[in-house]
Ligand binder design. Structure first.
Ligand SMILES: [Zn+2]
Length: 174
């Protein structure tokens, strides 16, 4: 799935959460945590698998729900209580990325390729690790349903503007 789609859907999920739970838009800090969290699984797995050959596939350590759970426990343990909301924003965006990546293999009727969610506890099917990170980014950007995806990104941009463009110094976000 394209990086901008991951970021956009993570933002939508988080802004829905903040509006419903606290009747406010996301803060600047939450915005950046959500954007980082929405890319985190690929930032960990793709370089370590494809460039350095340390991980078995581009969906392993960073895409595992077990890793997300451990990270949340560690972050909650070592960050102060007033950062709990940022840890929650990180968890929502990372787990969202992990689950969204499960949709294409399920659509293709390949449920074995969803096993990465429980890496390294569950055996994994073979993956092609010969791709480069650049291939992935370029291929991701120039592949797929551009019409629908672009419409989704436009909708996210409108919601973000209505929220006061959190994350930008010129916005109203805190
Ligand atoms: Zn991914």
């Amino acid at each position: 799935m394209r990086p901008d789609i991951h970021a956009g859907l993570a933002y939508l999920a988080w802004t829905a959460y903040t509006h419903l739970s606290a009747t406010r838009p996301p803060t600047d800090a939450e915005f950046w945590v959500v954007i980082f969290g929405s890319q985190f699984p690929d930032l960990v797995d793709k370089p370590l698998a494809w460039t350095f050959g340390v991980l078995p596939s581009g969906r392993s350590l960073g895409h595992s729900l077990l890793t997300a759970a451990i990270l949340v426990v560690v972050l909650r343990r070592y960050l102060s209580r007033d950062r709990d909301v940022l840890v929650t924003a990180f968890a929502v965006s990372v787990v969202g990325h992990d689950l969204l990546d499960a949709i294409p293999p399920l659509q293709r009727g390949q449920p074995a390729y969803v096993r990465y969610l429980l890496w390294p506890v569950v055996d994994q099917p073979p993956y092609d690790t010969s791709r480069s990170l650049l291939d992935s980014l370029v291929g991701g950007m120039f592949h797929g349903e551009w019409g629908l995806s672009s419409l989704a990104i436009l909708l996210v941009a409108l919601v973000w503007i209505a929220d006061g463009t959190p994350g930008l110094p010129i916005g109203d976000g805190e």
